[in-house]
Ligand binder design. Structure first.
Ligand SMILES: Nc1nc2c(ncn2[C@@H]2O[C@H](COP(=O)(O)OP(=O)(O)OP(=O)(O)O)[C@@H](O)[C@H]2O)c(=O)[nH]1
Length: 372
């Protein structure tokens, strides 16, 4: 950005294939939802989908890891969820591929009002924004960047990832999430620090991503001339191609047909290495709870299990994605392999589930609930 004379991008009226001008009302805003690993992007997205009240939201999910956990956990959007598969959208998908996905979502038959792209927790948001601004699809218009911040991890994330400041500086809306995990004074401190970094953004606090959808959809339906004053290619230009945060991260994807042994899995989770920052997925505990699969989320030292009925016809599998830096993928894989129940001689005792149940939040924790 430094040393570059800003040339504002022209947002002159776009035209359809017959050359007739498209009004902004006919263009679908594309909102980028970004934020570091585990900050609560999927939780916020699910809240939006549940409380969109008539607004038709199309979703693109960019998972990191070969098992698409996020795409599986985005609520009830079958048919309009496009998963971008393994890897980071900012690197793995070039603008023409993004356009292919946008083309699918902007078909008139899908009648969408807004599209939200949930970036992987390791994505460079300005790359995504740049791709949307460069899109050939005349039916889409850039709708803003929403950054989700984990209030409880903010200092640690910033220390490890100085690029956080750069991301906040180009955000349009910052959600300081996990307000319930810090005391009010700490929340105020984080809020003030975020507001200082996010010069141009509205900053709102939230628990479990419960923000007013109007905040995003209003933002999303700004008029083109308002957007013109917001971001340009030059605003997004990098001095040099920066190191993407995920260059330093390793991902391990693990799938098992056999149920997992709760005690051995808990031992693994309780002794997980420092660098193993994020774990997400589903666990099958077999006969110990045949009705439910357990979503597991670890973010830093935070660990939770969420039991949920198996979807009808779902194959009983354990599927996990582990993301860390300085971790040994083979050793992690082997450690998880050792958590499988190996056969009839390896039947876990019933009380071995207690260790797991300790990490299931009480209903009043608010996880999974919604105010819609
Ligand atoms: N206590 C608390 N937990 C939250 C809140 N929001 C999300 N979580 C939990 O944090 C964990 C991660 O949430 P996700 O929504 O999956 O985070 P994400 O940003 O999509 O994660 P990645 O896709 O890995 O980057 C889950 O266990 C959520 O239930 C919150 O406001 N408070």
């Amino acid at each position: 950005m430094s040393g570059v004379t800003p040339t504002r991008l022209s947002w002159g009226p776009r035209t359809d294939r017959e050359g007739c001008p498209l009004t902004s009302a006919q263009q679908i805003p594309v909102v980028v939802l970004a934020g570091f690993l585990g900050s609560g992007k999927t939780t916020l997205l699910n809240h939006l989908l549940r409380s969109a009240r008539g607004t038709r939201v199309g979703v693109m999910v960019n998972d990191f890891g070969s098992i698409e956990i996020d795409a599986m956990t985005v609520a009830g959007q079958v048919g309009s969820t496009v998963s971008l598969g393994n890897g980071c959208l900012c690197c793995a998908v070039d603008a023409s591929e993004l356009d292919t996905y946008l083309e699918t979502l902007t078909r008139p038959s899908s009648r969408l009002d807004v599209i939200v792209i949930e970036a992987s927790g390791l994505a460079e948001p300005q790359e995504l924004v740049r791709m949307i601004l460069a899109s050939d699809n005349e039916r889409v218009v850039y709708g803003g960047l929403v950054e989700v911040v984990d209030a409880a991890e903010f200092d640690a994330t910033r220390a490890r990832h100085p690029e956080t400041d750069r991301h906040l500086a180009i955000a349009d809306l910052v959600v300081v999430n996990k307000a319930d995990r810090v005391d009010p004074a700490e929340l105020r401190r984080v809020h003030t620090a975020v507001a200082g970094l996010a010069e141009r953004a509205a900053v709102v606090d939230a628990a479990y991503g419960r923000v007013d959808p109007e905040l995003l959809f209003d933002r999303a339906t700004r008029r083109d001339d308002e957007i013109e004053g917001q971001l340009s290619f030059d605003d997004l230009r990098e001095d040099e191609h920066h190191a993407h945060p995920h260059a330093a991260y390793d991902t391990v994807s693990f799938t098992a047909d056999e149920p997992m042994h709760p005690r051995r899995l808990l031992d693994f989770l309780d002794s997980r290495p420092e660098g193993l920052y994020r774990i997400k997925g589903f666990v099958d505990f077999g006969a110990l709870d045949p009705a439910n699969r357990y979503s597991v989320h670890a973010v830093g030292r935070f660990l939770r299990f969420y039991p949920d009925p198996w979807p009808p016809g779902a194959q009983r599998l354990t599927q996990l994605v582990l993301i860390g830096s300085g971790t040994n993928g083979d050793a992690l894989h082997k450690a998880l392999d050792d958590c499988r129940v190996t056969g009839p001689d390896d039947t876990p005792e019933e009380h071995s589930m207690w260790g797991v149940l300790r990490y299931v939040p009480e209903p009043e924790d608010g996880a999974g609930e919604d105010d819609s």
